[in-house]
Design a protein around this ligand. Structure first.
Ligand SMILES: NC(=O)c1ccc[n+]([C@@H]2O[C@H](COP(=O)([O-])OP(=O)(O)OC[C@H]3O[C@@H](n4cnc5c(N)ncnc54)[C@H](O)[C@@H]3O)[C@@H](O)[C@H]2O)c1
Length: 419
């Protein structure tokens, strides 16, 4: 087995964390049990480009139990938990190529390794693996049965590839499943982004003006949690409907140029580029803190911030860089503008990843079962898979729900009964 990780001696701590996460992933546990017996991936190589966390470790263990020969690489240079990577190699025999803070060249050389093992199935978080296949290994696309995509930004990239005719692999938009984005993006990102910001800065959120850029699933979750902790939340948006929703949820809504003047803490969760840029840094208060929880480190224009600064003090705390502007004001950038919840905290809690990764596992099996005739396009997760995951999650939470009666089923599918 080959691997490239920071230090194999970190394995025992990583194993404890993987086991701790497993306790909160009961649905994935049931899938693992079935996969161990049925071996749906026997003889298949599966390369996953995901955040290397304790939750991901449990996904990878599940796929391996199903017979897959696994290779795991990071989907972000800062999100790898080195102890988890070590345990996956030492305790579970999985090839991992991921080191926290790896540079861009190493990051992409690891991705190339995951491609060069010639996988039958791939899994992505942000589409870096699939886009590298399309750019540098186009011939290999023919032998890949399908690829799962975990996040909003990845699905946007893949839909753009499908639209301009360059997509060569059937892909599954796991992110777009309700069992994923309603919980993972909203409650997972909401809580873990607050967690990352607090771990990085130790600031009190109560009484702070917190500016949330983007009121999608992630933004809603983060805004909700900041409000709950006593912050005055301001939302910036470009979508009129989302802006009304934010206003009716009780937040102030304004353009970033206005919010920039009054914000104490800024967090981008848009999937967009240069959402906070020079014109905004120019009017920010002394001491403003700027973070990102969207997928790529492009939401904050860090280059302009660097050019505006007369001095940059890296690491005034772990994950905090101080930019001293020409007029003496200081702006603090967290985690180099990368996903704050993964760079400074531990990513989403296991309980929400249970649903996302159960959906990932079942869709990988679906790809193998439906490999003949699977159209090259972006596929949605079938309703029955979502329903299965949701029902088992409810069951694991000790909750039951009502069933439709025959009369209700008929009523809900008929137009005949009115006033
Ligand atoms: N931190 C994490 O762990 C994590 C988890 C899931 C998703 N993500 C990433 O977070 C980002 C957002 O995901 P989502 O599911 O909330 O997406 P979404 O599409 O539901 O929401 C994005 C919102 O941002 C708004 N927006 C776009 N450009 C903007 C701008 N210039 N100013 C203000 N608002 C703008 C859009 O109108 C939309 O409402 C994506 O990059 C996604 O991949 C991160």
């Amino acid at each position: 087995m080959n691997y490239d990780i920071k230090d194999i001696n970190l394995a025992s701590e990583g194993k404890r964390r993987i086991e701790w996460a497993e306790r909160d992933m009961p649905v994935l546990g049931l899938i693992k049990e079935r996969f161990s017996k049925e071996k749906p991936f026997a003889g298949k190589r599966l390369s996953a480009c995901l955040h290397v966390t304790a939750e991901t470790a449990n996904l990878v263990k599940t796929l391996k139990a199903g017979g897959a020969e696994m290779c795991l690489v990071a989907s972000n240079p800062l999100s790898t938990q080195d102890d988890v990577a070590a345990s996956l190699v030492k305790d579970y025999g999985i090839s991992v190529y991921a080191i926290k803070s790896e540079d861009k060249d190493t990051y992409y050389s690891h991705i190339r390794t995951a491609i060069e093992i010639k996988p039958h199935i791939t899994m992505d978080d942000g589409a870096d693996l699939v886009s590298t296949i399309h750019f540098d290994y186009p011939e290999q696309a023919k032998t890949i049965l399908g690829s799962m995509e975990e996040t909003t930004t990845g699905v946007i990239r893949l839909r753009a590839m499908a639209k301009d005719g360059s997509l060569k692999i059937p892909v599954i938009a796991v992110n777009d499943a309700k069992t994923k984005n309603l919980f993972d993006n909203r409650y997972g990102t909401g809580q873990s982004t607050v967690d990352g910001i607090i771990r990085a800065t130790d600031i009190l959120l109560a009484g702070k003006n917190v500016v949330v850029a983007g009121y999608g699933w992630c933004g809603r979750g983060f805004a909700m949690r900041c409000k709950g902790m006593g912050s005055n939340v301001i939302v910036t948006e470009v979508d009129s409907v989302k802006a009304i929703e934010a206003a009716m949820d009780g937040y102030r809504v304004m353009p970033m140029i206005e919010a920039a003047k009054i914000g104490d803490l800024f967090c981008t969760l848009t999937g967009d580029i240069n959402v906070i840029r020079e014109e905004h840094f120019k009017v920010m208060k002394d001491g403003a803190i700027v973070a990102n929880s969207g997928h790529f480190n492009v939401e904050i224009d860090i280059q302009s911030l660097g050019k505006m600064a007369k001095e940059v003090r890296k690491g005034v705390r772990a994950s905090v860089d101080e930019y001293v502007l020409a007029d003496g004001r200081k702006v603090y950038l967290l985690a180099e503008g990368r996903l704050i919840n993964l760079a400074a905290a531990e990513g989403h809690p296991a309980s929400v990843m249970d649903m996302s990764f159960s959906t990932q596992s079942l869709m990988s099996e679906w790809v193998v079962k439906n490999q003949k005739g699977l159209e090259v396009k972006v596929h949605d997760v079938p309703g029955e898979v979502e329903d299965w995951v949701a029902r088992l999650k409810l069951q694991s939470m000790g909750m039951e729900i009502d069933e439709l009666t025959e009369e209700q089923k008929e009523y809900l599918s008929s137009w005949k009964i009115g006033t």
